[in-house]
Design a protein around this ligand. Structure first.
Ligand code: M6R
Length: 595
């Protein structure tokens, strides 16, 4: 959550910081700010809303010559998204930006107030800068004061601090939130993820938890863990689509094929990544994740039990962390995360790792905290996903879980080659069916005009289509702000059917290859009570009001992937008709690094 950048060097600092923040804006866009320290002057600009507002505010400012700066784009945790609460926060001679949450900020604030420090914001971050200045006033040794400050903080943070007392140095600290430093000739860059650094540096250091330091042009080489930075900026651009989300829906076909490369052969599965795991000892699996990744975990549990016959539990990470979880010996713990930085998932992973279990992550971002923390990782090769509403990350996660199920079945000796071949053929067909059919897109665009009012949506499905229904509902509510729920269709009669009337919209997932007759009965019960039914299926169903026609398919997984695309497009088109920002929906952020 939130994004931070820092810069030391001779280039025009305002542009360096603003360009970096634009790359991070999808992580939080409640407010933004920059501070620049040059020739002894410390100048700060802040604005509510998007970076473009900040850009307008500092339009007439330039900073030539040597100097340094820090910047922040915010997703509010403590205090409303106002200019006062925007970062950087300042004391008398220092400014700070911070990602994460300081849990003990109240007690620190009270003691600093007793010392006479004056607070102007409602944020947790402001305590850090006042605490730092309080230590500087006592000791005059800047790094020592900064270190003492950090040692007093409880919580998660990535911090950059600049001070007039040391005008060539950025002070940094990292614990639980990502922070990267890169150097190029006579410049140093900081960022909370790779994106702002691409094209500017070729090598970076991914800081470890507990890192505290002072960085200037002289001491970059002292950093540990310096690694080359991939220079893949093209994939982060929109490729002619109006929205990242649309582009990401359309490229699923390609990224799914990439995810399969080397892992899916003609009649067998290969997962080199699992060499690090003692596969023979696995007797059960726990999958753990948040949001969309949780839905792919649920989907994976059906696949793992159906194909690999391995008992599989699924946990929501934020619940799992505090329930004093019990795992069986021989249990493989798998976390799933697009960003690799989700705080709840990361902490669940650390908890289980401490208990000595084998851990596997399924993740889209190499070198992310989750990847670094887990014993081994299967990367979902989705490329950078910028739309806040996850699409291609979901489909590639499901593909990896499907491959994992096939691979584990193979290891257990319960998957004859002929069966493996059938699954693999189905994988290729399913991938082909994610190629957006323009006619279907146009049809969905037209029919969404009938779904902009009402008192809510139910997305319903059975078996593996139940997690898909959950995901369809999450997509719609994230970007349309309409109320939507995913439900197992067989459960509707146990309560929710009470809501059925003409103003209840029901999107029914009706695969021909899995429990069709059962779901049809459930849909009939709703249709009989006048709910508006939008059937997603390949055969016309007379009880429906609208029909999103899918292809005739041989397997339910082929239907699953095609319906997934239909639901993503449905959410996109409803949101666009309502005039919303689909890529940066209100109140959300791409990477949720607070618990
Ligand atoms: O990066 P992660 O996969 O760990 O993120 C988990 C959720 O925050 C994420 O899936 C969220 O639900 C998305 N906005 C869904 O579109």
């Amino acid at each position: 959550m939130c994004g931070i950048v820092g810069y030391i060097g001779n280039s025009e600092k305002k542009s360096m910081l603003l360009n970096g923040l634009k790359e991070l804006e999808y992580r939080g866009y409640d407010s933004a700010g920059i501070s620049i320290l040059s020739e002894g002057n410390l100048q700060t600009f802040k604005a509510v809303g998007k970076i473009s507002n900040l850009e307008r505010k500092c339009h007439n400012f330039t900073s030539e010559g040597f100097g340094l700066g820090i910047g922040h784009t915010r997703w509010a945790t403590h205090g409303k998204p106002t200019e006062v609460n925007a970062h950087p926060h300042f004391g008398t001679f220092s400014n700070i930006v911070h990602n994460g949450i300081i849990e003990n900020y109240q007690s620190l604030k009270e003691s600093l107030q007793k010392e006479g420090k004056h607070f102007i914001s409602q944020t947790d971050t402001e305590v850090i800068v006042h605490l730092f200045e309080s230590y500087v006033e006592k000791s005059q040794n800047i790094l020592e004061a900064f270190t003492k400050t950090i040692h007093n903080l409880k919580g998660a943070y990535a911090i950059l601090l600049i001070t007039q007392k040391s005008a060539d140095t950025i002070y940094y600290a990292k614990n639980g939130s990502p922070l990267i430093i890169g150097k190029n000739n006579n410049e140093i860059f900081f960022a909370s993820s790779d994106a702002p650094l691409i094209g500017l540096v070729t090598e970076v250091s991914y800081l470890q938890d507990g890192a505290i330091g002072a960085m200037n042009l002289q001491n970059f080489k002292n950093l540990e863990n310096i690694q080359p930075l991939l220079q893949d900026k093209l994939t982060a651009q929109k490729d002619g689509f109006a929205f990242f989300m649309e582009k990401e829906i359309y490229e699923q076909h390609r990224v799914l094929l990439e995810t399969m490369i080397g892992r899916v052969q003609e009649d067998c599965f290969i997962l080199e990544e699992l060499r690090a795991i003692d596969l023979q000892s696995i007797s059960s699996i726990t999958l753990c994740a948040c949001g969309t990744s949780y839905h792919s975990a649920l989907t994976g549990s059906y696949l793992l039990e159906k194909i690999a016959k391995i008992k599989t539990k699924v946990e929501i990470a934020s619940e799992f962390r505090y329930k004093e979880p019990i795992l069986n010996s021989g249990e493989l713990f798998v976390v799933i995360s697009q960003s690799g930085e989700t705080a709840d998932t990361l902490e669940a992973l650390k908890l289980i790792k401490r208990q000595g279990f084998q851990t596997l992550s399924i993740c889209n971002v190499d070198n992310s905290s989750i990847v670094r923390e887990s014993h081994t990782t299967i990367l979902t090769r989705a490329g950078i996903e910028k739309g806040v509403a996850s699409t291609k990350a979901f489909s590639t996660q499901v593909m990896v879980l499907w491959i994992l199920a096939g691979f584990l079945a193979q290891i257990k000796g319960i998957l004859p080659k002929t069966e493996a071949q059938k699954i693999i053929q189905s994988m290729f067909k399913a991938t082909h069916l994610t190629k957006v059919n323009i006619k279907m897109h146009e049809h969905i665009k037209r029919l969404t005009k009938r779904y902009l009012h009402g008192h809510g949506f139910f997305f319903i499905g059975r078996d593996i289509f139940y997690p898909l229904a959950l995901e369809g509902a999450l997509k719609l509510k994230e970007i349309s702000y309409l109320h939507a729920e995913g439900y197992p269709s067989g459960e509707m009669k146990h309560g929710p059917i009470a809501l059925a009337d003409t103003r209840l919209f029901c999107v029914a997932l009706m695969p021909q290859n899995l429990l069709y007759e059962k779901i049809k009965s459930n849909v009939e019960e709703l249709s009989a009570r006048d709910a508006t039914i939008c059937a997603v299926t390949s055969e016309y169903y007379e009880g429906s009001d609208d029909w999103i026609k899918t292809s005739q398919a041989q397997t339910y997984m082929e239907e699953f992937f095609e319906m997934m695309v239909a639901l993503q497009l449905f959410a996109l088109e409803v949101s666009l008709r309502l005039g919303n920002d689909v890529d940066m929906p209100r109140n959300l952020a791409k990477s949720v690094t607070v618990e």
